[in-house]
Design a protein around this ligand. Sequence first.
Ligand code: GLN
Length: 190
Amino acid sequence: MKVGVLALQGAFARHVACLDALGAEAVPVRTPDQLAAVDALILPGGESTTMSMLLESSDLVDPLAERLAAGLPTLGTCAGMILLGAEILDGRPDQRCFGAVDISVRRNAFGRQVDSFEADLDLPELPGGAFHAVFIRAPFVERAGAAVDVLAAVDGHPVLCRQGAVTVAAFHPELSDDLRIHERFLKEMG
Ligand code: GLN
């Protein structure tokens, strides 16, 4: 199983390290050929507007939309969550999203002054039931469609969701010293 990590911009290196630590084959993805060769994908955090532009200039928009539509197991974190949602609130008019998860995502939703924080999430799906999460200028989910499972929330706002083969997190699981979210993602791929 090859797990791609979109490596155009942002926090991709730590995801590669997490996958390595779990014994998965991690492959940086920057081209359509590299995307075609992977069995699963991680879209990292970073800046969703920049990532959207770079996806276009790298000719990755259509191939990624096709792989997502075909059920590619995908984990999106922070900016990756924004890209995988169905609607972006407070986005730039020219930034794209792929609609792989039926959620409306508000960018920078936790406010301007407090750009970053950490929170202990109640996460009954994981062994241990809790996860220490790092939020960096994080989005949250303002609307989740009926097909979406909400796995964790902060102050009533969903921050970890799943729909089919796609999981999205508003936080950065690769920055916690805890591999359980990546491990769960790899397990779900079969
Ligand atoms: N605020 C960023 C955006 O809108 C996301 C931040 C992150 O990925 N840590 O894309």
